[in-house]
Design a protein around this ligand. Structure first.
Ligand code: SAH
Length: 318
């Protein structure tokens, strides 16, 4: 069988709710793809566009169903999708939220947006708005959103998203930790007043974001270069915390130096030792857990985005 019905049955068999399976059963995936029609209704991530310098893929249907269930996607919701590609996932989600809801689908590449718009027209989908822009800034015009649905690997959760997310709203996002692991942990966040609670869901493998969602290391490196003394660098890291404190604990590499950032700690590995600003215990825990390879000490973390700078101290770890 080579029709959306095949995906309906597969999603159903895997135990996902009827509204999610039904939506997959209603959208012709083949028109969104660059690959053969035969593959279109298999549970595989498939190439949807290829050009010089970039490409896009339609994500694996069962993983999208998993993301949709994790954010409890339902009728009437306002959703911000980051990484819209040629629009398949947005079209599926549009069926779930229905005419009382809306999908704002942000895509970095102009050509993909043109294609996505054509695809929506072909399928008479009119509750999806395609926006050609870097998803980093979100889309305040239609905020607040109940869900931010990220289908591209990102370095951090930008503050703009938190501002545009309703209280109790959810974000599902694959976080880039590629410097330490091949896979990206998909983390489910829920906004609770001043907190964003993050729970690790599954290991994934998405395209790494372009633009501001994928250049955190470069931005930090640039800032580092501008600092003259080590003390300035520490100061810089502390001042960077407002943008970094909400991101998942992350170890990255800046030229030859490693750095670590999370809500309570930022540090640099230099000359064989870690120079830590903040809570050493967090760094020790992070390194131990990352060494165990598959990052699941993210399983249940609480990231404060109103950190109290007065608790910061500097210490050496041997
Ligand atoms: N949801 C899509 C899958 C897209 S793959 C689908 O159903 O087909 C990831 C997409 O994210 C790519 O098309 C890529 O161009 C886009 N992307 C990369 N960086 C981005 C950014 N900063 N903002 C918005 N989109 C981005």
């Amino acid at each position: 069988m080579s029709s959306p019905k095949r995906l309906y049955e597969m999603i159903k068999r895997l135990g996902y709710p009827e509204n999610i399976a039904k939506a997959f059963g209603e959208i012709l995936r083949e028109i969104f793809l660059h690959s053969s029609v035969e593959d279109a209704y298999s549970d595989r991530a498939l190439l949807s566009y290829k050009a010089r310098g970039f490409y896009s893929t339609s994500s694996q249907p069962s993983l999208m169903a998993e993301f949709m269930r994790s954010v409890n996607l339902s009728e009437g919701m306002r959703v911000l999708e980051i990484g819209g590609g040629t629009g398949y996932n947005a079209a599926v989600m549009s069926r779930i939220v229905g005419n009382n809801g809306i999908i704002v689908s942000m895509e970095y590449e102009k050509e993909l947006c043109t294609l996505a718009k054509e695809n929506m027209k072909r399928l008479s989908v009119d509750n999806v708005r395609i926006v050609n822009s870097d998803g980093y800034h979100g889309y305040p015009d239609l905020a607040p959103y109940d869900v931010i649905f990220v289908t591209v690997g990102i370095d951090e959760i930008p503050g703009f998203w938190i501002e545009q997310l309703s209280d109790g709203g959810r974000i599902i996002a694959p976080m880039n930790l590629k410097s330490v692991s091949f896979y990206q942990p998909a983390v489910l966040f829920e906004k609770d007043g001043d907190f964003l609670n993050g729970i690790y869901r599954s290991a994934t493998n998405f395209i790494v974001a372009s633009g501001m969602l994928g250049n955190l290391n470069e931005r930090l490196l640039e800032k580092f270069r501008r600092c003259e003394s080590p003390l300035d660098r520490i100061d810089m890291l502390e001042r960077s915390m407002p943008i970094l404190e909400i991101m998942t604990s992350s170890i990255g590499k800046l030229s030859m130096e490693y750095f670590f950032v999370d809500g309570g700690c930022s540090s640099i590995y230099r000359d064989g030792e870690w120079l830590v600003c903040g809570e050493c215990q967090r760094l020790i825990r992070a390194i131990k857990s990352l060494r165990r390879a598959d990052f699941p000490d993210l399983i249940s973390s609480r990231f404060s985005f109103n950190s109290d700078k007065s608790e910061f101290f500097v210490e050496r770890l041997y």
